[in-house]
Design a protein around this ligand. Sequence first.
Ligand code: GDP
Length: 470
Amino acid sequence: MVFADIADGVARGIESAQSAVSEALFEPVIRLGVTGLARAGKTVFVTSLVANLLDRNRMGHVGAIREGRVEAAFLQPQPDDTLPRFDYEANLAALLGQKPHWPESTRNISQLRISLRVQPGGLLSGLAGPRRVHVDIVDYPGEWLLDLSLIDQDYAGWSAAAISRARGRAYAADWLRLLDETDGAAALGEPRAQALAAAFTDYLRACRAAGLSDCTPGRFLLPGDLAGSPVLTFSPLPQAQRAGRGSLHREMGRRFDAYKSKVVKPFFRDHFARIDRQIVLVDVLGAIHAGPEAVEDMRRAMASVLGAFRPGPNSFLSRLLVGRRVERVLIAATKADHLHHRQHPALTAIAQAMLNEAKARAEYAGAGTDAMSIAALRATVEESRSHEGRKLDLVRGTLEGGRQAALYAGELPEEPAAILGPAHDGEAKWLDADYSVMAFEPPKLSLRAGEGPPHIRMDRAVEFLIGDRL
Ligand code: GDP
């Protein structure tokens, strides 16, 4: 195990030395990771990002664009032949069609290369001609990052923790009942293993539906091409006395280990370790709407996602990365178009508070991190109405079926502790506030030449993530 990790690290070191040389000599490549848990908004983000880089009139807060130095942008074949290509054209067509609808969500890793022709700025501006900068966008499920926490756990410890977490949850009943009826010391039978894995997966799905974030192992909900394979056919089991060779407990433990070595580690080695800049999308409003338990779970999940970008000195990841670091990490609270802009600072403050906590734990000193509220695709317009003698700042959008609706999402507190505190204390619901969200449809757009889809702060996000390299 240790040997393999060291070998991974060495290979990584050589590769990064090579790419550093070729970058300096030829055309710089920025690998931009886009992640977030299911439904956080990754697909819509990447689609709008690319559309707004190809047509840049709404991207005035990107310095190089504002200064007129980005002369052209074009899609190119991606460098990694074995990764699925991000289906930009189909996703954009969904958003811009006669009947606009949201595209299919991220279920797997995918990639897209957009290349920019940029005139150098600053000291070099008069001296050098334009150069090309390649941005390789890598979109992957945040659930896969949460799996990192599995690496240092053994099967028995992981099982005990998972089962104890499930005890208080009504929707865990079917799975827990099946565990009670199961003798881990009995010989493995594949039907029983499959039934356990299926019940465990249903339970994870119910966790997800209840708004929880930490639903590991991540591939159980997003199996990609591994569906039905033995590395996904296991479940936590209570400790079994005298579980010998060939027993259910032993075999499930073996599959858990295989999941770590054959699924989790290769993802980190082959993809994660090569990322330079990262945006982590978080549906903060969705979690607030789901209630305090969902917020607390999201906070914990964010801490472990962010921990992956600053691993401790002796961890599997730091051996893999050999001193290399993701240079910038942006936490973005998505779907900010559900709120009037007056409330965006409060939303950002919640994302910032989660970031600060993770930073304090992982000693992010000096690293470039920031938090923002964004909407990749603005589906609403703002309006103000008076209600019971009070002025309410609302947003209005279109619901499924074409009906227009105005939404007042609720008043977010200015102090993030007013949300994170009760969540941390295990409150069952918000005491004196009510939060709502609505599933708005994408608006019908007629874009002028040079204009990408309307957004909120996508340009600021781009400036933070890659502005220094343009
Ligand atoms: P993924 O699972 O992270 O790829 O999430 P998607 O990008 O598929 O987004 C999930 C859903 O969130 C979409 O189907 C939309 O309903 C909603 N959504 C995503 N981005 C936005 C946005 O900028 N504004 C609004 N109003 N809704 C959004």
